[in-house]
Design a protein around this ligand. Sequence first.
Ligand code: 9NY
Ligand code: NDP
Length: 506
Amino acid sequence: MSMIAAFYGGKSILITGATGFMGKVLMEKLFRTSPDLKVIYILVRTKAGQTTQQRVFQILNSKLFEKVKEVCPNVHEKIRAIYADLNQNDFAISKEDMQELLSCTNIIFHCAATVRFDDPLRHAVQLNVTATQQLLLMASQMPKLEAFIHISTAFSNCNLKHIDEVIYPCPVEPKKIIDSMEWLDDAIIDEITPKLIGDRPNTYTYTKALGEMVVQQESGNLNIAIIRPSIVGATWQEPFPGWVDNLNGPSGLIIAAGKGFLRSIRATPMAVADLIPVDTVVNLTLAVGWYTAVHRPKSTLIYHCTSGNFNPCNWGKMGFQVLATFEKVPFERAFRRPNADFTTNTITSQYWNAVSHRAPAIIYDFYLRLTGRKPRMTKLMNRLLRTVSMLEYFVNRSWEWSTYNTEMLMSELSPEDQRVFNFDVRQLNWLEYIENYVLGVKKYLLKEDMAGIPEAKQHLRRLRNIHYLFNTALFLIAWRLLIARSQMARNVWFFILRMMIFYLRR
Ligand SMILES: CCCCCCCCCCCCCCCCCCCCCCCCCC(=O)SCCNC(=O)CCNC(=O)[C@H](O)C(C)(C)COP(=O)(O)OP(=O)(O)OC[C@H]1O[C@@H](n2cnc3c(N)ncnc32)[C@H](O)[C@@H]1OP(=O)(O)O
Ligand SMILES: NC(=O)C1=CN([C@@H]2O[C@H](COP(=O)(O)OP(=O)(O)OC[C@H]3O[C@@H](n4cnc5c(N)ncnc54)[C@H](OP(=O)(O)O)[C@@H]3O)[C@@H](O)[C@H]2O)C=CC1
């Protein structure tokens, strides 16, 4: 019997960010392994015209939850969606709901965050810092609370090369930042943002670091742990391999590469690609929840959920395997044939951006105009290149994360728990994982049918022929222009022609 699964039985669990990528997998695993849990409260806002109930209904009816419905048929009754907006005071939770949360909650998993790299500082602070502070305040009023698990990121200290399982202070206190957001206007905040974030690449990593400081400062008597996952990718094993539902991290780039939009990137092939499957993060999170509540460590423990030091894979190998998978299972209606050129040089990268990305987009838009359609490719390409430029920071560096606490936890688990809540990435076969990831992107993000593969391959062959034809035409035009200007080129050309005629006549 799994001790961790048994621990969550009969518990009331509060999850923020349950509608997000990680939150959904966390809920799924909880219901599947501890179907006798009492209730999961999820803080949900309305979005895209959907009520909170409609959003929950959609999640429970997705493929991800198919197994859950078999083991926990009354899952609908065990999930309680509470309307909440983490940007509002008291999260805009009604008095009755707040009362219920305060009196019943046993465990909190705080996953909600803004993960956008370009969020204005004010918004990122509101969600990643102030909301965390408010949630801690709520937690301190929960008499039955056993553990508060905060999800941070391994990149909260990405300005360092070696990162230990400790909280590193930021030069300006989070409280001062929160206060200043109240009275500074947007223009001034934008102006001081680069100075505040310092050598971090974006507001996301900076505010996640501030969030950790808030957790440390406001922890009081709470039993708290912090989990720092690296780049979270599709599921490895559970509930099935390759599940993914958003474009963050590598997923969007896999689409862009598979559809032939992105053919080169400024990336260091030997840099460690510290990807971690989302089900591994969730298994560690649940194990940490159990350990924190049962063993009550004296201080706030931080757990690095990373792959690099256990089972490293680099970007070069990853790109190669992604391309190999495109050969077997190409994406439909590709713009160009997929390719993966890695360059570490900024000038070469700009050259490839011009030749391999912008020029084809301009030519395609010209074709759209000629055929009476609205040009759109240049705009799309510009957005993609902007996205890529924001991710480049993470594909040109390697980090070392110490994993003392994570390894300690692994050794504390019973063999059964090590199996059911496996977070040992040494067992991960990267080639298999990446292949399943690409397949998952095709199935669950692009919603493409496997039956369309022969047609997709045929399309790629057509693109290859167009490519050859285009290159030949380009060569002939260039050559023709050269012949008109240079006697030497003319001589070479006639020599080649004569040789060809000579050999053809023999
Ligand atoms: C290797 C190379 C190969 C190359 C060559 C060939 C390749 C062949 C093989 C390829 C191999 C694979 C290599 C993998 C490298 C992975 C690097 C990952 C590093 C991740 C590090 C994470 C570390 C930290 C981890 C954490 O701790 S946290 C989680 C991480 N957080 C994020 O990943 C948020 C990022 N995103 C944003 O920050 C916002 O998205 C924003 C970007 C501001 C846009 O923002 P904006 O333009 O305003 O608007 P959107 O609506 O967002 O998007 C606008 C449009 O771009 C689309 N789109 C959104 N995203 C992405 C995305 N990723 N990739 C692509 N497209 C995307 C969206 O579909 C929409 O398309 P449309 O609808 O117009 O058609
Ligand atoms: N994905 C990754 O690569 C990594 C993620 N992390 C961390 O893991 C956690 C989960 O990330 P992930 O699941 O990928 O992120 P997602 O963007 O998929 O999910 C974010 C969640 O936060 C919720 N949320 C955002 N704003 C509000 C708000 N104002 N009120 C209520 N809820 C809100 C979202 O709700 P809604 O659906 O309504 O938008 C969503 O449920 C985050 O803390 C992130 O920093 C750490 C390392 C890597």
